[in-house]
Ligand binder design. Structure first.
Ligand code: NDP
Length: 324
């Protein structure tokens, strides 16, 4: 084995994370998210890919010596881990190190959306307070609310624990009921929406959750209902959401993620009853450093023949947890 394997960093990548990879490996950075400019010989040398977001299967398949993909981020819906496993390629992600940061952001998004704090802030900053008086009373409050979480995993549970301190009730929907929590479980997303004042999405993206939050779920949430999404934009039927917000089928939405980032539909941006964040839930320097280090640690362990720190379930199932 080469003492310094060639790692391909595919697409835009965190600066600290890139520097960490460069300290440990020979790195080739393809900012363009293509293999352009890489000779046949160079492609044949690539043993690892580090990527934040989408890695097409064709790219994976164009790298014959590829052994491992390190995904920067816990949500690895941009990497086909089952396809990788078929090829004997391991995939890792970055769970846990970002959980608290994402949960903090989710709570901030809930409070902003419920109490219109983004509009109140503009009211103060613009001088409107002095000119025309106090900001109007908000339609909603967190008092006596019930929050339904779709995706009560690491992040969902960290959000639930924070929200409990606010005195709100929690319920949830996963594919299967958890035996280690006392929160009420709803077997369907529609049932959860029906029971909730605020529906909060913290589930993974990918085909299994695609457009799960559809017109029926939004109708079940109801005209006093609020949708918060910090999971993946693909989980929400975005045109149906826009329709529901315009028609008053639901009251408001707070979104950190969108179906086609960084594009946000003009109609969504024009709505006053939305809070829109540019996918920043984990985006602090501290947390991103931890994520970058975890990507690098997984690659180091792999090439040292040690057990991976955070293989994704597909790789674990295929027994791809250490280099043979
Ligand atoms: P976990 O795997 O710990 O939790 C995922 C939860 O979702 C589990 O409780 C799981 O339960 C549930 N779930 C999975 N599939 C479905 C489904 N088809 N229907 C209903 N529930 C489902 O992941 P994390 O908590 O660490 O991360 C969750 C997601 O948050 C990530 O995948 C990512 O997409 C998103 N995220 C967004 C960020 C942002 O910047 N906005 C930052 C970090 C993460 P069960 O298996 O029983 O279904």
């Amino acid at each position: 084995a080469s003492p310094s394997p060639l790692v391909l960093v595919f697409g835009p990548y965190n600066g600290d994370g890139l520097a960490e990879l460069e300290r440990r490996f020979t790195v080739r950075h393809q900012k363009s998210r293509t293999l352009e400019g890489l000779s046949e010989a160079e492609r044949a040398e690539v043993k690892a890919v580090a990527v934040a977001g989408h890695l097409p299967n064709e790219t994976m398949d164009a790298l014959p010596a590829l052994e491992i993909v390190g995904h920067f981020g816990v949500g690895y819906d941009g990497v086909d881990a089952a396809h990788a496993a078929e090829r004997g390629v391991a995939v890792t992600n970055t769970p846990d190190v970002l959980t608290e940061e994402v949960a903090d952001t989710a709570v901030a998004l809930v409070l902003m959306t419920v109490r219109e704090l983004h509009h109140a802030e503009s009211h103060a900053r613009s001088g409107e307070w002095e000119r025309s008086g106090p900001y109007p009373l908000t339609r909603f409050s967190l008092r006596n609310k019930e929050v339904g979480i779709m995706g009560l995993g690491r992040i969902g549970l960290a959000i639930a624990h924070r929200l409990e301190a606010f005195g709100v009730k929690i319920r949830y929907h996963n594919r299967s009921e958890r035996s280690d929590v006392a929160y009420p479980y709803d077997a369907s997303l529609e049932a959860l929406a029906e029971q909730s004042d605020i529906l909060l999405i913290a589930a993974p993206g990918g085909p299994a959750t695609e457009k799960a939050v559809n017109a029926d779920v939004l109708a079940a949430l109801g005209n006093e209902g609020i949708l918060i999404n910090i999971g993946r934009g693909t989980t929400v039927d975005e045109p149906a959401l826009i329709e529901a917000l315009e028609q008053g089928t639901i009251a408001a939405a707070g979104l950190d993620v969108f179906a086609d980032e960084p594009r946000i539909p003009e109609r969504l941006r024009a709505l006053r009853n939305t809070v829109l964040l540019p996918h920043v839930a984990s985006a602090s320097r501290d947390t991103r450093i931890l994520m970058g280090n975890l990507v690098a640690d997984n690659l180091s362990r792999w090439f040292a023949g040690e057990r991976l720190e955070t293989p994704v379930p597909e790789s674990e199932k295929a027994g791809l947890t250490r280099r043979q």
